[in-house]
Write a protein that binds this ligand. Structure first.
Ligand SMILES: [Zn+2]
Length: 346
């Protein structure tokens, strides 16, 4: 992988990663980012941090609707977030971050507060405006996995960062307004509740590896090398799907080359399956759960897809029991969903 780092005029950094060495000539840049003043407040009942990211100053950056801020900037054209005329995979620091390295001291309030000194980055998978994890070339998906690994390494090298999570929100149904294929990375100065609960479970024992060893083939949708895609027997969402290696690894940075290739291939086939089954770009939230800091000895890296549809044309909404009580109610059995997904071409 070839990488170039570029500092934007407003101080934000941008990395261009490519399969082959590329000539990078900067084009014109748009307006700078407004100053960020995020902070954390403690929720005493849920025992978790809430992130507040009120940005002072106006959000002046409103590209005309026909311009996508994640497309390359063409010579003499409208300046996008990426002032280069071409790239393979681009990463840049988010313009409106919820977490910021230079977050100020938090206000003193009636509840504990803390500095939101983390990092928010945007990962653009391709210079092409249309596409998805399914339509990227195999080489590009592998490059993307390598970029995630590089970001994990760089962000965990920062001592205040406790947890790094790449994710992708896809589809208008989950509130996405930019359709250019992209994801994000949040690097938190604390361990968020879901990752914290998983870390505690893995400290008790290799629960995910044990599950893979005992659950049988009925939940498996796809497999290559020792990477599997499964509908977990306890799925909370219809069409929920997890990707992982059968044996625990703390993160994809430990994968062999063959495992990385298999992981990237199954990621693409998973999204292809979803899209074929529903006959449209399938809306989902995908998150990569690698080990938070200090949990590397027991944590088992995995990817979770939370789909936003329960059948064609029917949205899955979180309502009373899910939001009010945290108890999920599902109306489809995971083993039947696994069979349905398995029968679709990936
Ligand atoms: Zn675009």
């Amino acid at each position: 992988m070839h990488s170039v780092v570029f500092e934007k005029r407003d101080g934000r950094r941008l990395w261009l990663h490519s399969e082959q060495p590329a000539e990078c000539v900067p084009q014109a840049e748009g307006e700078g980012a407004p100053e960020a003043f995020p902070h954390l407040r403690w929720h005493p009942l849920r025992q978790e941090w809430v992130i507040y990211a009120a940005h002072r100053g106006s959000r002046t950056y409103h590209p005309p609707p026909e311009y996508c801020p994640l497309c390359p900037t063409q010579p003499g054209g409208f300046p996008t977030e990426i002032p280069f005329s071409d790239f393979d995979v681009a990463v840049f620091e988010n313009r409106f971050p919820s977490l910021h390295r230079q977050a100020p001291q938090p206000p003193e309030l009636c509840v504990p507060t803390a500095q939101a000194n983390g990092v928010c980055e945007v990962v653009v998978y391709t210079a092409q405006h249309a596409g998805s994890l399914a339509t990227l070339s195999a080489a590009r998906r592998e490059l993307l996995v390598e970029v995630w690994v590089r970001r994990y390494e760089a962000l965990y090298a920062e001592p205040q960062i406790q947890c790094v999570m790449p994710f992708e929100n896809r589809g208008e149904e989950v509130g996405v307004t930019l359709h250019h294929p992209h994801g994000q990375i949040y690097a938190y100065p604390f361990i968020p509740p879901v990752l914290d609960a998983e870390a505690r479970a893995f400290r008790q024992g290799p629960v995910l590896a044990d599950l893979f060893a005992t659950m049988g083939d009925g939940y498996v949708v796809d497999t290559q090398e020792d990477i599997v895609a499964v509908v977990p027997p306890f799925a909370r969402f219809p069409y929920e799907l997890w990707l992982a290696s059968k044996e625990p690894v703390p993160g994809p940075w430990v994968f062999s080359r063959a495992q990385r290739r298999a992981f990237a291939a199954i990621l693409g086939r998973t999204v292809a399956r979803y899209d074929r089954l529903f006959g449209k770009p399938f809306p989902y939230v995908m998150s990569l759960h690698a080990s938070p800091r200090g949990e590397e000895a027991t944590f088992h890296f995995h990817v979770e897809f939370y789909p936003k549809l329960r059948s064609v044309g029917k949205l899955k909404h979180l309502a009373g029991t899910e939001l009010g009580a945290g108890a999920f109610a599902a109306d489809a059995l995971p083993e039947e969903i696994a069979q349905e997904l398995r029968e679709v071409q990936g």
